[in-house]
Design a protein around this ligand. Structure first.
Ligand code: KG4
Ligand code: ZN
Length: 360
């Protein structure tokens, strides 16, 4: 009879650094899915007056904020840097100045501490976040809707993504931000529009629903954006440049409702496609900043229940950019043996189907 050796399951601790856009964020998490410390320093105030993110300002802000946040998370978790098992940072895609800051800090720590480094694709961070807070096995259908991205994909495993469809023009979050700007609302537009839409009439304005009913799985939002611009211009000709708040609320509600209907339709098409070609897919995850929108979540929950899919979304605080999602993706990759050399270069562009997986 062989001697049974009890395999000791060591708890792994991961440090994650996110600096790809306008949030500087650092987190410490462990393999028991515990968030040990998590700090997010938003730079919204620095960019607000410009109506969008200014890359050079963002890079400088990451540089000045990151050291303090790193100190803080170790204090919050009562841990020392050498307690960490793996160090992960967003290495792309994103604004290159910020990505360089986070990646270089992580590489420097990994080199100094003699710890493994994981170069995390920011989109993979969004894609895997729901697995930090929920029990979701692979595979699942993912809708990633953020400020820079809008795509549906099949998530087969860590590092194994098949893109089904993507936007041909604007990302959904970008469209929220541009419509908010047209209405004179501050950046970022998504939360502002959602708040005002709550008091508006979603049927006040009839807007186009790009691609609705079409069998392919791509998205388009520029036509909707143009229609909203024309609607606002007509209203301004009537009411003056500063529109009454009730009209702004009606525009917000009509726009948000249209986006929700379009996303409902695009996911319906994705489910019809998977039913035919990948019937083993029965779970759906929505991720990215726009996933924080309750109305959009509601529309996606409806399409999931109609097609027998389980619906998952990260908690609101983990929808927009954060360090916990990078720590988690880093931990998942580390557990699969997917660590990276310190030679890896920060990348402004990095499509998800080019992420290195277990077999590549
Ligand atoms: O994921 P994220 O923080 O950054 C990117 O990777 O792009 O997403 C930010 C985007 C912004 O465009 C913002 O307006 C949008 O997410 N957003 C929302 C909401 N909260 C954030 N859009 C609609 N409704 C929201 N509640
Ligand atoms: Zn993001």
């Amino acid at each position: 009879m062989g001697v049974k050796i009890k395999q000791e399951n060591k708890t792994i601790i991961a440090l994650g650094i996110e600096t790809s856009c306008d949030e500087t964020s650092v987190a410490l998490i462990n393999s028991n899915k515990e968030v040990l410390a998590h700090r997010v320093a938003s730079q919204i105030k620095d960019h607000e007056i410009y109506g969008g993110v200014v890359p050079e300002i963002a890079a400088r802000a990451h540089l000045s904020l990151l050291p303090g946040l790193l100190d803080q998370v170790f204090r919050d978790a009562s841990l020392q840097p050498h307690d960490v098992d793996v160090i992960a940072a967003t290495t792309g895609p994103g604004l290159i100045g910020g990505v360089v800051v986070g990646t270089m800090a992580a590489k420097a720590m990994a080199a100094a501490l003699g710890k493994p480094f994981v170069a995390v694709n920011h989109l993979e961070g969004h894609a895997l976040t729901a697995r930090l807070t929920e029990t979701i096995e692979f595979p699942f259908v993912l809708l990633l809707v953020s400020g820079g991205h809008c795509q549906t994909m099949l998530v087969e495993n860590v590092g194994a993504y098949k893109v089904l469809g993507a936007t041909l023009d604007d990302a959904v979050g970008e469209c929220f931000d541009k419509v908010a700007k047209m209405l004179g609302l501050p950046y970022p537009g998504g939360p502002q529009i959602e708040k005002l839409a709550a008091t508006g009439n979603p049927k006040a304005f009839v807007l186009p629903r790009p691609m609705i009913g079409q069998k392919h799985l791509n998205f388009s939002f520029s036509g909707l954006k143009t229609a909203v611009r024309q609607t606002i211009q007509k209203l301004q000709a009537e009411h003056g440049d500063t529109l009454p708040e009730s009209i702004v609320a009606d525009v917000c509600a009509s726009f948000q409702q249209t986006v929700a209907r379009v996303l409902y339709d695009r996911i319906k098409q994705a489910f019809l496609y998977t039913a035919e070609h990948h019937p083993n897919y029965k779970q759906f995850v929505v991720a990215g900043g726009v996933a924080a929108n309750q109305h959009i979540r509601g529309a996606l929950q409806t399409v999931c229940s109609e097609f027998g899919f389980a619906f998952f979304a990260p908690p609101l605080s983990l929808c927009t950019d954060n360090g916990a999602m990078i720590a988690w993706a880093g931990l998942e990759r580390f557990q699969q043996g997917l660590t990276d050399s310190l030679d890896i270069k920060p990348r402004p562009r990095w499509p998800m189907d080019q992420i290195r997986g277990i077999s590549s």
